[in-house]
Ligand binder design. Structure first.
Ligand code: ZN
Length: 196
């Protein structure tokens, strides 16, 4: 997963941008040394959070947010390629199911994937008009403090996953509560009705 995030950052920021971020974050040892392509837990929450914080500091809150959202979207594309064979959901987007059911199945499988292959802990909750993606142990803001919710990478990843599972629809996905702002969990709201 760490390798996927860094590779996605390469695509969005270019290798020089990634190297500058890693150096700024105090992670010079990661420059040109991404985790190997396996499922071992070889990339720490601390590293991921330090990289996110460095992006915010280097590019400003708005610029950093935009970069992290795009990186999150790109991360999902790689994750899909690498995890598809394991998950057995290659055809989920094409199954003749009601959109709402596909979204629900997709979210459940994505949450399971995080819980199984990373130390992240995610659970889902549902209200009539929205799903809540509740990250009880969040790597994106790990040991960070922030005035505003800052898990943009997770928001971007969810937006792209919903875009994939719905064959190109866009959904309102927004982080409403964040551990970095003092809440117990990072709570991301997904409004069920697509915005386009
Ligand atoms: Zn978080």
């Amino acid at each position: 997963m760490g390798r996927i995030v860094l590779t996605a950052m390469d695509d969005i920021m270019g290798r020089p941008g990634v190297n500058a971020t890693l150096n700024y974050a105090g992670l010079a040892e990661r420059v040109d040394s991404y985790p190997p392509n396996n499922l071992e837990l070889g990339f720490s929450f601390t590293e991921l959070a330090m990289i996110q914080e460095a992006i915010d500091q280097l590019f400003g809150e708005r610029g950093g947010r935009a970069l992290a959202l795009r990186t999150g979207r790109e991360t999902f594309k790689y994750a899909l390629k690498d995890f598809m064979p394991i998950l057995g959901i290659a055809d989920l987007a094409f199954r003749p199911l009601h959109l709402g059911i596909k979204i629900k199945i997709g979210l459940e499988i994505f949450a399971e994937t995080f819980n199984k292959f990373t130390d992240q802990v995610v659970r889902l909750s549902e209200e009539p008009d929205r799903h809540l993606w509740i990250i009880e142990r969040c790597p994106v803001c790990w040991q960070r403090t922030s005035e505003r919710p800052c898990c943009h990478l997770a928001v971007g990843l969810l937006r792209e996953s919903l875009n994939w599972v719905s064959n190109g629809r866009e959904f309102l996905v927004r982080e409403d509560e964040c551990v970095a702002t003092g809440h117990d969990a990072c709570v991301i709201t997904i409004v069920k009705k697509p915005i386009r």
